[in-house]
Write a protein that binds this ligand. Structure first.
Ligand code: SAM
Ligand code: SF4
Ligand code: SF4
Length: 341
């Protein structure tokens, strides 16, 4: 396939460059996390996307190459559960051929025991694992499919041994559901070399029945951990880093907090999302996407696709989280499992 030469970086209407591409490789998942794919909505007859509707690996790699030429430095594979996509290691292998592009993946960890070595061999650098509780009963209530926490912990260990670390472990905190597990997780991962990060529960999609009083703010998370294990703030790794970093004063490592609700980071948001069926979303909360699949399957050249992508990014003025606190959103939004978190 023809390569697009390196082109001037793209800036959106607020002067933000495009740096991170999140690719959803499947809208399916083997979990039904209560805050993401509640069973009441994602039941047995939920109409997941037919196979022919998914972007093929060649089509995904084509889009990634074009973005890389426009300054994207990092690709994150997500979903749904990305490890459910058959042959995802082959896709990783194809993406790994693109120069200067870091490839990462976010997973619920359920398939890491059997897939870590294959993923590493294909060129994956790191994984982020979602883990919402250490207590087995609480974890099972969160994933709602009776999946045992021990298997995810095993997945983390196997991934680390395969060279996919340091592993970031993400906990979405929902008040009354798993917030009493904050300290247990902090204690468990202190000194492990893995970086535990706490994510504020967000109003993504229209199916999770989000209420502001179920959000546990990052400030509260830090206060609770600090009371048991004293913390101090540390500098961001790079400008625009989404997580705020804190380290244990006793040297047992660091944690991160992602304050999507209480401290919007739209000003520095450099992310774009490619959905499973090839729509580009310029914001996690965008109400509609831009159909690239149609252009690709109509046989458009790389240069034509690049022009379409450039026009989409240059027209971007999203800052949903910044506006969230001002207006209560009752709008129909895109489901997280579809757009990829
Ligand atoms: N299945 C994979 C996983 O769970 O890691 C990848 C997809 S999942 C949609 C990506 C991330 O989004 C996960 O860390 C998940 O916890 C997070 N997430 C899903 N719904 C969320 C919500 N309502 N608020 C905050 N984070 C959410
Ligand atoms: Fe599945 Fe991830 Fe959503 Fe949980 S958060 S339901 S694992 S896509
Ligand atoms: Fe980026 Fe949209 Fe999230 Fe703001 S709300 S940080 S623009 S994805």
């Amino acid at each position: 396939m023809a390569r697009v030469n390196t082109l001037p970086p793209l800036l959106d209407k607020l002067g933000r460059p495009v740096r991170d591409l999140r690719i959803s490789v499947t809208d399916r998942c083997n979990f039904r996390c209560v805050y993401c794919m509640p069973k009441t909505v994602f039941g047995r007859d939920y109409p997941f996307m037919p196979r022919a509707g998914l972007l093929s690996f060649e089509e995904i790699a084509c889009v990634a190459r074009i973005f890389a030429a426009r300054g994207v430095k990092k690709v994150r594979l997500t979903g749904g559960e990305p490890l459910l996509r058959h042959g995802v290691d082959k896709l990783i292998g194809m993406l790994a051929l693109i120069p200067d592009l870091e490839i990462t993946l976010t997973t619920n960890g359920s398939l890491l025991p059997q897939k870590s070595a294959l993923l590493r061999a294909a060129g994956l650098k790191r994984v982020t694992v979602s883990l919402d509780a250490l207590d087995d009963a609480v974890f099972k209530r969160m994933n709602d499919v009776d999946f045992p926490v021990a298997k995810v912990l095993d997945g983390i260990a196997v991934a680390a041994a395969a060279g996919l670390g340091p592993i970031k472990v993400n906990m979405v905190v929902k008040r009354g559901a798993n917030d009493h597990e904050i300290l247990a997780l902090a204690r468990h991962f202190r000194g492990s070399g893995h970086i535990l990060r706490f994510i504020e529960y967000m109003d993504v999609g229209s199916s999770n029945g989000w209420k502001l009083d179920e959000v546990v703010s990052s400030a509260e998370v830090v206060r609770r951990i600090d009371a048991a294990f004293p913390l101090e703030p540390i500098d961001a790794n790079y400008p625009g880093e989404v997580a705020q970093r804190w380290r244990y004063k006793d040297g047992a490592g660091e944690i991160g907090v992602i304050s999507s609700v209480t401290r919007a980071f739209c000003d520095t948001c450099t992310r774009i999302r490619l959905s499973t069926e090839g729509k580009l979303y310029t914001c996690l909360f965008a109400q509609s996407g831009h159909d690239l699949r149609e252009l690709i399957r109509a046989g458009k050249s790389d240069a034509e696709l690049d022009a379409a992508i450039a026009a989409i990014w240059q027209a971007r003025d999203d800052r949903y989280s910044q506006l969230r606190m001002a207006a209560t959103p009752h709008l129909q939004k895109i489901e997280m499992s579809y757009i990829g978190g």
